[in-house]
Design a protein around this ligand. Structure first.
Ligand code: F6R
Length: 257
């Protein structure tokens, strides 16, 4: 696992966007795994800028989102479908038929989840997965206790996640209690993973996920087992890492390799 610590959220967003754009330029029909939430917004903005100013072409890529609230339709303003269109898809030239998001209204949830997994496989697997991390250590909506081999399925959100996400819904009561989410096992199969975290409120969980034991109680810790994961942190999110100096040292010496 490579840990890259930069001064600001803007810098980590730009660095992560550079990685994504390099992949798109090298493999125009690549498959991206995408996240919602506050964290990847800077990355999406930078990719939109690259599309508009540098002609970065998204016309052949496919995208799979990590998760969607269960029980709300795509048209709901807080659906992840709406979020992704508003903050990313509407501003680039991705083809609508190549955009995949879990369904918040599937009636046969198990059949839907199996289909989602099969579509990922049919397109050759996820080349690059973007992740944020929740304060309880979740990646996607794999809340503490999720099996490390889990696949796409429905999950009950923790009280903490519901409270954290109330800021988007106006009140805790309005936040859905369930989500359809890629599993930890699904995420681990991505060829390359970028985890981004910013701000002091992520510092504690980042230290646990990166330097603590690999455990289903912090599903983000499973990334320690993934061979191609880069973690981009701003100084605040990195502030509780024990091996902070070493990560900085590695980064400084990287150009000499
Ligand atoms: C979103 C997702 C979640 C978020 C996490 C952090 O698709 O899968 O795991 O990445 O809850 O959210 P923010 O970025 O809002 O702190």
């Amino acid at each position: 696992m490579e840990v890259v610590i930069l001064d600001s959220y803007e810098q980590i967003s730009k660095k992560a966007a550079k990685e994504v754009s390099n992949l798109i330029r090298n493999k125009p029909n690549c498959v991206l795994g995408l996240a919602t939430g506050s964290t990847p917004l800077g990355l999406y903005q930078e990719l939109i800028r690259m599309h508009k100013e540098e002609g970065l072409d998204f016309s052949k890529i496919s995208t799979f989102n990590l998760d969607e609230y269960y029980g709300i339709p795509p048209a709901h303003p807080q659906s992840y479908y709406a979020f992704m269109h508003e903050n990313f898809f509407n501003h680039i030239n991705v083809q609508p038929e190549r955009i995949y998001l879990p369904s918040g209204t599937a009636t046969d949830v198990n059949a839907f989840c199996q289909w989602y997994e099969e579509e990922i496989k049919r397109l050759g697997g996820i080349d690059l997965q973007i992740l944020g991390i929740g304060r309880d250590g979740h990646i996607a909506f794999n809340e503490p206790g999720s099996a490390l081999g889990s696949r796409t399925r429905i999950k009950t959100l923790t009280r903490e996640t519901v409270e954290d996400n109330a800021r988007f819904f106006g009140s805790v009561e309005d936040v859905p209690r369930y989500a359809i989410t890629m599993g930890v096992g699904t995420i681990q199969e991505a060829k390359q993973i970028i985890l981004i975290a910013s701000g002091e409120n992520k510092a504690e969980i980042i230290a646990k996920a990166i330097e603590g034991p690999v455990t289903a109680q912090v599903t983000g810790s499973v990334l320690q087992l993934h061979a191609q994961t880069v973690v981009y942190l701003d100084e605040a999110a990195a502030s509780k890492l024990e091996r902070y100096d070493y990560y900085k040292w590695v980064f400084e010496n990287k150009p000499k390799l």
